[in-house]
Design a protein around this ligand. Sequence first.
Ligand code: SF4
Length: 222
Amino acid sequence: MSIDVLTAAEQAIARFAQTKACYTCSFQAEDVVLLHLLLRRNPSIPVLFLETGYHFAATYAYRDRLASEWNLNLVNLKTDLSVAAQETQFGRLYESDPARCCQMRKVEPLMKGLEPYDVWFTGLRREQSPTRANLQVEERHRLPSGREIAKISPLAAWTWQDVWSYLSANEIPHLPLYDTGYTSIGCEPCTARPAEGESLRSGRWGGKKLECGIHTFTGKDA
Ligand code: SF4
């Protein structure tokens, strides 16, 4: 992997990891790379997982394995409405209105979950999809409450190959779903393998959208 991208990531982490920081982590490959790097600087950084109730069983098992083996300060963010209650009331929103489902199960819990922090680390990368092509390592965002937060994406310039080289070099186990052709993994009903030649996130939401909303609800200041 490129030493340059690793050095740039470590520098961004060194600048921000000791402040009032949190990390949103879905336990995908790049998220686990950044988790590994962050823990070296701040072993107790809050690791925010959006617990929608719709993840793959393999994702839950992998999250719990790392939480135990790496002694994570894991924080599961979720709505008060259970999956069963939501489906009784609204049916399968992930089919009929995925934007509303993501809003209820991801965006609103995250809005509240970010309030205590000044720095928000993410594992986003420019290469992941066209919607992320202009991502900067350091951005200033404004939460709906009006509070400003630094959104830091140390892996912005990393390639898919960089991610896997890092995992391999550090002997870090990966989410087993990657071994069956998935390249971007979220909630089970909204995740499929990408079509040949399409972007890594093209298998999400049946190609109808590329973002769930957790990276678009904040206003970007700079
Ligand atoms: S990704 Fe799918 S199942 Fe998960 S919250 Fe969004 S619409 Fe619902």
